[in-house]
Structures are given as C-alpha cells and as structure tokens.
Design a protein around this ligand. Structure first.
Ligand SMILES: NC(=O)c1ccc[n+]([C@@H]2O[C@H](COP(=O)([O-])OP(=O)(O)OC[C@H]3O[C@@H](n4cnc5c(N)ncnc54)[C@H](OP(=O)(O)O)[C@@H]3O)[C@@H](O)[C@H]2O)c1
Length: 306
C-alpha cells in the first residue's frame, strides 16, 4: 500500500509533506547557489510533492536561510503551498556571531524571539510553519522556554512548535509547560542508527500520537560510502529487498524501511541533487513486508532478533 503524500504531525494539527527537503547542505562544499538555482530546486522539490523545507538558523554558518530566501523570492509558487521549518537554540562560534566565543546553547525567551525574527527576515516570510528547539539544553528553564515559544506563536510568527534531539523526559518536561502540543521530535534514525527503536523515543511518539521527523535518514551518506562490515551487510540486505520490491535502488529502500514504522516517521532528505530527490520520492510507493523489514534490521544489528 502506498504511503500518504502528506501527514498530520498530531491529529488535527499542522501537516507536512511525508518527505521533507533538508536544507542543511545547501551551501556545502563551497557551493554558491544563485537565487535562480535555489528557485529551481524549490520548484523541483515542490513538484515532487516534497513541499516542506527544513532549516535551522545555524545552517551553513548562519547563511543557508538567506540563500534559500533569495531563491524563494524568485520562485513563482505560493507561500501557502509550502511549509517552512526552522530551529533555534544552538549558538555557534562563527564570524557571523563574533559574540559567541564558545559553542553553547540558549533556549531563553529573548533568544527564541530574536532567532525567529532573523529566520523570518532571511527566509523572506512572515511566518514559520514549525519552529523546533534544536537540541536539549542542560540550562533549559522549561518555564522560560515555554513562555518564549508561546509568545512567538501568539504573535503569529510561528504556527506550531516542536523539539529536536530530545530524550523522552526532556520532551515531557517542555510539553508539561505548554498550552499546545509539541508536534514533533526531530531525531537521528536510519538503517545505520537504530537506537530510537529501543530507547523509548518511537514508543513515546506512538503513545502521544506525534510524527517524529527523521534526520540523516541515509546515515548522512555513510550508507553509500561506509566501508565497515555493517555498511556492507546493510547494503546487501537493502539490495535484496530492492530487487524483491522492484525499488530503484538501496537508498529508496532505506527510506521505505523508515516509512514502514508505525510511529509515522517523516524522513528529512539531505540530498541536493534533483534526480536523487525524484528517486527517493518513489519510496512512498514501496512497501516492505515484515520479513524484508526485519532482514534489514538483522543486517544492521549483526544478529537475528532474540
Ligand atoms: N535536527 C538536527 O539536529 C539535524 C542534524 C542533521 C541534519 N538535520 C536535517 O536533516 C537533513 C538531512 O540530513 P542529511 O543530509 O545528513 O541526510 P541524508 O539524506 O542521510 O544524507 C544526505 C547526504 O548523502 C549523500 N548521498 C550520497 N548518495 C546518495 C543517494 N543515492 N541518495 C541520497 N543522498 C545521497 C548526499 O549527497 P548529494 O547531495 O550529493 O546527493 C548528502 O551529502 C538536513 O538537511 C537537515 O535539514 C537535522
């Protein structure tokens, strides 16, 4: 059965495309993308049904949002046909932030407000569909962070809030102080990083009925470049499943493996190549059966389930 093209993060809540475009690598490797090239990428992605775009204030050393915003300004589509996601809370040492002499976290209300204003300006929009607290902060004062999030929502600058890389207790703490739901936890998970299956994070998502967003769904590329025994075994298992399901390649099956999980995972794709985006979009039509799914888990963990 094909997966739905869109997903409500929580019942009756905001919806995203089931596959999300991750903008982290937009300016990687010295790529200088002019506004027209970015506009083309947005158009191709949206045309594939990948209408949600994942950002963070810090991406590209605080420069990706502005480059993306320049492309968005040239793009002919409507703002309300896409979703823009951003994050805040990590303070990088960067020429763009000379005041940061040390990498640290700030989840205070003043930083949330300032970061949202900068993201809106850089992206050239007047609202974010979703704002995430990027990482758990040992100095997070839950009352203050919640008040900061409430304020940007009340101001109409942010439509929904979530977290990223939070443990279950950290999620629950922040959620306990908010009058609206925390709609996602964006976490690392893939055929090569499976700890979320057993450490309670995906169980928590099912219990509260929020859809987790998944970063580095292809191991950040290590699925293709990794030379260890594990990567070789996982690639072999993915190839078998690709042949059995008629999927185009191992990458598509690795995404289909995520989509098969009942917690309703939302993979955030990191490729900047239109042809790869198109390929991965086909994962929505690939359904792994139970034994195919477990054969990939077995290859990843190096043992059969008990
Ligand atoms: N919340 C967080 O803390 C956090 C952390 C990291 C990332 N993220 C988000 O997650 C997104 C995705 O992360 P990611 O970039 O690590 O994801 P990924 O999809 O696991 O990895 C993408 C990388 O794999 C490479 N790749 C090689 N062969 C590929 C193939 N056949 N198909 C697709 N990709 C292939 C891509 O290169 P090409 O471009 O050459 O295809 C790219 O460098 C980011 O953009 C960001 O939005 C969030």
């Amino acid at each position: 059965m094909a997966a739905d093209r869109r997903i409500e993060l929580v019942p009756g809540g905001p919806s995203l495309s089931r596959l999300v475009f991750g903008a982290w690598r937009l300016l990687d490797g010295g790529a200088t993308r002019d506004a027209d090239a970015v506009a083309r990428l947005i158009d191709i992605s949206a045309g594939l049904g990948i209408t949600s775009f994942d950002h963070a204030d810090i991406y590209g050393g605080y420069q990706v949002e502005e480059a993306f915003g320049a492309g968005l300004a040239r793009w002919k589509g409507r703002r309300d046909s896409i979703e823009l996601i951003s994050k805040c809370g990590i303070m990088l040492k960067s020429p763009q932030r000379p005041e940061n002499w040390l990498k640290h976290y700030d989840t205070g209300a003043a930083h949330i407000a300032a970061s949202v204003d900068r993201s809106l300006k850089n992206l050239g929009t007047d609202y974010l569909d979703l704002l995430l607290i990027h990482r758990p902060n040992p100095l997070m004062d839950a009352d203050e962070t919640a008040a900061g999030l409430e304020r940007v929502v009340q101001a109409g600058k942010v439509r929904a809030v979530g977290v990223s890389n939070f443990t279950v207790p950290q999620f629950d703490l922040l959620a306990s102080r908010l009058p609206f739901p925390v709609v996602t936890n964006q976490i690392e998970h893939s055929v090569l990083e499976t700890s979320a299956l057993t450490d309670g994070r995906l169980d928590h998502a099912q219990r509260l009925r929020y859809a987790p967003m998944i970063w580095s769904p292809l191991g950040g590329g290590s699925l293709f470049t990794g030379d260890g025994q594990r990567e070789h075994k996982v690639r072999a298992a993915l190839s078998v499943a690709a042949a059995e399901t008629g999927a185009h390649d191992v990458a598509t099956v690795a995404i289909a493996w995520l989509l098969r999980h009942p917690a309703r995972l939302v993979p955030v794709l990191g490729t900047m190549k239109p042809e790869r985006l198109a390929q991965l979009a086909r994962a929505l039509d690939v359904t792994l059966d139970r034994q195919q799914w477990f054969s990939i888990l077995e290859a990843s963990e190096g043992r059969a389930v008990p």
